[in-house]
Design a protein around this ligand. Structure first.
Ligand code: ASP
Length: 431
């Protein structure tokens, strides 16, 4: 097998759109056996899957793929051409994806896991230079894009803030973009104005990734959020089609949830519960976009308890005060804090709690409380960790090297810790 057993099986379940239980039944094995085959190879309880099962799974997947191909008359070709925007290999909006293309990217992210988990190294981007241009505050996005590029063997040049850039001297987006394209092979750009990253992208032919444009979009965050939901659901034996997603907080200015809702609309029959303080509701253009696709139900409420009931995913967001014009924070009372008491009272036992981070941990912030840190339903650190394989996948696709990665992998020469943080001990080896 050219990919790991875990990647092979997860890919098969995703392609067949089956939960672990149904998949185990379909291939005639016990769920417990399947669980051990799905563990990472280094973990204690990992077991190798018999070859006959592997052949059987390959056969089912290939038959399904063949049928799907006839049914959809799929266009084929490299993924970067299928998601291209104006003929360029750039990622500006989640609207560039179909369900097929996004799931292909998810499979590539799965393939990156041994590198992201520091078991393997690769040099497929050796010699390539990334320009990380961040004209707005960032920690996770900037560092994880940089780390993802480095882990594929490339190098990174960073610039942060307006004050230290030539834009503070009145330089145009066009000039900055054109000049940078002469220096680097790809750019990630974050800028406070909606639509500005598309302007950068129009001025160059090198790959550009939108790292957040004002209240507009944050496509790489939506991809890693989708990846997190699919991975957690696989562990929990759930499917995304038909799931209930509750989204809370500042839905007006939160670009992560704008991208996430559009991305999730590629799935079928979702129920969205949108819970926000008065004045910070989800923009109508996003609601209309989602309503026009996939047979979804969208409910809006100001009541946290009611909104969380029955949700499979609770996605909390920070109030984006930096984008406020004349909004007040009066409606944003303590009722909007997601904390352990609220979750225990209203949420399902197998809910997953997500947040794009940073969360405002100050007491009066009414964001996602730290009292959930030891609760295994809190997926925020697993979610943030997923930023690496997903951003590696984005670069590999945009630079056209995804097919070289698998064979380029070598063992790491140093010894990373088995758990990178205290809270992931419960889940270590589970996915
Ligand atoms: N880090 C995310 C963003 O850049 C979320 C946030 O800042 O609240 O949009």
């Amino acid at each position: 097998m050219s990919v790991s057993q875990q990647v092979f099986l997860r890919d098969a379940m995703r392609r067949l759109n089956l939960t672990r239980d149904v998949f185990a039944a379909r291939i005639g094995v016990k769920r417990r056996a399947l669980d051990t085959w799905l563990l990472p190879e280094g973990s204690q309880e990992f077991r190798g899957m018999p070859e006959v099962v592997q052949r059987f799974v390959t056969e089912i997947v290939e038959n399904e793929a063949l049928l799907a191909k006839y049914a959809q008359n799929s266009q084929g070709g490299p993924l970067r051409d299928r998601i291209a925007r104006d003929g360029k290999h750039q990622l500006i909006s989640v609207e560039q994806f179909t369900r097929d293309s996004v799931e292909e990217l998810v499979r590539i992210a799965d393939m990156m896991q041994p590198i992201a988990r520091r078991q393997k190294v690769s040099r497929v981007l050796e010699g390539a230079v990334l320009g990380n241009l961040f004209f707005e505050a960032s920690t996770r996005t900037r560092v994880s894009f940089g780390a993802a590029f480095c882990r594929l063997g490339g190098s990174v040049c960073d610039t942060t803030g307006f004050t230290f850039s030539s834009m503070a001297k009145g330089e145009s987006i066009y000039d900055t973009s054109r000049v940078m394209s002469g220096y680097v092979d790809a750019m990630v750009i974050r800028h406070p104005e909606q639509g500005s990253v598309a302007e950068f992208a129009a001025a160059t032919n090198i790959p550009v990734v939108n790292g957040g444009d004002g209240a507009g979009e944050h496509p790489s965050q939506a991809l890693l959020d989708l990846y997190t939901i699919l991975t957690e659901f696989s562990r929990l034996g759930k499917l995304l089609d038909g799931a209930h997603i509750a989204i809370t907080g500042d839905l007006k200015y939160g670009r992560t949830v704008h991208s996430l809702m559009k991305m999730l609309s590629l799935y079928r029959g979702l129920k969205f519960t949108l819970i926000s303080p008065p004045g910070l509701e989800m923009p109508t253009d996003i609601i209309e976009y989602v309503a026009a696709r996939g047979n979804h139900v969208i409910e809006q409420t100001n009541s946290m308890g009611e909104g969380l009931k029955g949700a499979d995913v609770i996605y909390a967001t920070r109030v984006q005060k930096e984008r406020f014009s004349d909004e007040q924070l009066e409606g944003y009372s303590a009722d909007f804090q997601i904390n352990k008491a609220l979750i225990d009272q209203y949420a399902k036992e197998d809910v997953i709690i997500m947040h794009p981070l940073p969360r405002d941990s100050r007491e009066d912030a009414h964001d996602l409380s730290v009292d959930l840190n030891a609760d295994s339903r809190l997926a925020i650190f697993r979610q943030a960790d997923n930023g690496i394989p997903v951003r590696m996948a984005i670069f590999a696709v945009l630079l056209g090297v995804e097919n070289l990665v698998q064979h380029s992998m070598r063992d790491v020469t140093w010894s990373p810790p088995s758990h990178i943080g205290p809270e992931d001990a419960v889940f270590h080896g589970m996915y």
